[in-house]
Design a protein around this ligand. Structure first.
Ligand SMILES: NC(=O)c1ccc[n+]([C@@H]2O[C@H](COP(=O)([O-])OP(=O)(O)OC[C@H]3O[C@@H](n4cnc5c(N)ncnc54)[C@H](OP(=O)(O)O)[C@@H]3O)[C@@H](O)[C@H]2O)c1
Length: 289
């Protein structure tokens, strides 16, 4: 049974944590336009029941998120950020986390993620710093991003007392390599949340006529826009999409992507799109197997 929060947004447990997170999150990479508009857009999402915001030290948007969340009850929010791979030594992880905390203007990060794997620094060293941050209460949960099955297994083994709660991966209706590579199933079986980044294919699904037309046609049945259908497809797959929208109208559309349910037949039609019109993942070019 889906749980709806006080603002009418569907939430789900962030796998195995007991924490309820809105099924739609907000991405903040490559925000465009004036800072005040970005803040307005994030606040719009928060005011409409979204409580999950994703950022990263690399995006340069942590301070924007920090400003946007001022005045909201911290315990209602789920703030995720990431440490960049060149900062994976023990001391750099600690430093990056403290820098992120300052920019975010908060005492703790809900989900701290390793942004990409880095084979040149021992994962044990990196994870011992992550566990120190958990011990000190500076981060609540440890996540990874762009990790293959083998890299995730190594990361799991490198942890002494915590678990990896999530893997943030490129996933959308036209980019589904994570299913082919086995990491989608691996996360599911091991109780890790899948955070679907580039859920609108960084805007590319809107430029592909075959995909766009299929999304539009299905959307008409539900009174929904193509983006809303694309995001609902991800939610139905059990992942958390984190679309980025600098444009307030886009944000308003995105927060209304969870209040309907694509039928099994429509899911099947959308499932068939990837084989016919795949959009290649950026990440699979870098992910090792
Ligand atoms: N872990 C990683 O390595 C990684 C990599 C990439 C991304 N991410 C995360 O995932 C988030 C989202 O991915 P993304 O930024 O690559 O792209 P995305 O969310 O797939 O797509 C963003 C594009 O779609 C447009 N858009 C948003 N909502 C729309 C709507 N309702 N209708 C029409 N167009 C819409 C946006 O336009 P406007 O901005 O003009 O509204 C923007 O051009 C990032 O912000 C970041 O937090 C993580």
């Amino acid at each position: 049974m889906p749980f709806i929060n006080m603002k009418g947004m569907q939430t789900a447990e962030f796998d195995g944590t007991g924490v309820k997170v809105s099924v739609i999150g907000v991405g903040t990479w490559s925000l465009e336009g004036p800072r005040s508009e970005n803040i307005r857009s994030i606040r719009y999402a928060l005011d409409h029941g979204v409580n999950f915001i994703d950022t990263a030290e690399m995006y340069g948007t942590e301070d924007i998120v920090g400003e946007a969340i001022k005045g909201y009850r911290r315990e209602d929010l789920f703030i995720a950020t990431k440490v960049w791979p060149t900062h994976f030594s023990y001391h750099d992880v600690i430093k990056s986390c403290n820098d992120s905390l300052k920019k975010l203007g908060t005492d703790y990060i809900d989900l701290y993620q390793l942004h990409w794997p880095n084979s040149s620094i021992s994962i044990k060293e990196t994870m011992s710093a992550m566990e120190k941050l958990v011990d000190e209460g500076l981060i609540r949960y440890i996540g990874v991003s762009n990790f293959s099955v083998d890299e995730t297994k190594d990361a799991m083994k490198a942890l002494a007392k915590n678990r990896i709660v999530s893997n943030q991966l490129e996933y959308n209706v036209a980019t589904r390599e994570i299913e082919d590579e086995g990491i989608y199933d691996f996360c599911r079986k091991n109780g890790m949340a899948i955070i679907a980044y580039s859920p609108l294919s960084h805007g590319k699904i809107f430029g592909n006529a075959m995909i766009y037309n299929a999304l539009e046609e299905i959307g008409r049945k539900y009174g929904k826009k193509p983006a809303q259908v694309a995001l609902n497809w991800i939610i139905r797959k059990g992942a958390f999409p984190i679309p980025k929208a600098s444009n307030l109208d886009h944000m308003a559309e995105n927060v209304e992507s969870a209040d309907f349910n694509l039928s099994d037949d429509d899911m099947k039609i959308l499932d068939s799109l990837y084989r016919k019109h795949p959009i290649r993942s950026i990440a699979s070019r870098y992910r090792t197997h």
